[in-house]
Design a protein around this ligand. Sequence first.
Ligand code: ADP
Length: 253
Amino acid sequence: MTMTSNDTITGLAARAVGVTKAYGTGAASVVALDDISVDVRRGEFTAIMGPSGSGKSTLMHCLAGLDTVDSGEVWVGETMLGDLGDRGLADLRRNRIGFIFQQFNLLPTLTAEENITLPLAIAKRRPDPDWFAKVVDALGLADRLTHRPSELSGGQQQRVASARALLPKPDVIFADEPTGNLDSRSGTEILRFLRRSVEEFGQTIVMVTHDPTAAAYADRVVFLLDGRLVHELSDPDADEVLDTMKALDSLGA
Ligand code: ADP
């Protein structure tokens, strides 16, 4: 039986197939992604690791429709991103993707509640009150909703950003070093929440991190080196992740 591309992507929240991307031209050209293929399964927590410059951010930006590829295909669910124009990509990011950034990226003039509901407001969708309450409760933010970001700690700001990402129930949440700017206790809170959103709410998450302890919260860790996917671990523990990173660092050195 021949499989169409659509058959092969069933059960996948996102997928890169033979993706290549270079920055610059001619002698100054840098290959950031070198014929990389990776599947992101629905309801799974995937971590992307690799040495600095290995292509983690570029891969995440391409999967999230923030950047375009030179060749190969990127899919979010059943949608091939190469078929979408700028407007279609903006729509996809707005309606189907959630983002959590290292620097929180909250709007300073809005309250926590307004920040959390902003993506839905922009998409002209109304938050479901029960779901809103559940998300706010899961993040312990009920008594912080009227605060502005400047009145919140870093950990609280990242919890607001996490609620903002989860509330629209996106196909995928992309988290870019979400604990990179937090003390270890606040970081652990965020990682536990991400884990819980996968287990309890079936959320799909892709997280870029360089922290083996953070990666150990994932179901699966994929390792990049020089723009290629070179290794992966399932249900990893932090020691295994650290050993793999050490091995890759020595290969890349
Ligand atoms: P990582 O996230 O693993 O540190 P990146 O995806 O940021 O890696 O970068 C992969 C490669 O692409 C690196 O060699 C980096 O220097 C290069 N690169 C990334 N972004 C740009 C850019 N905007 N212009 C030129 N080179 C870039």
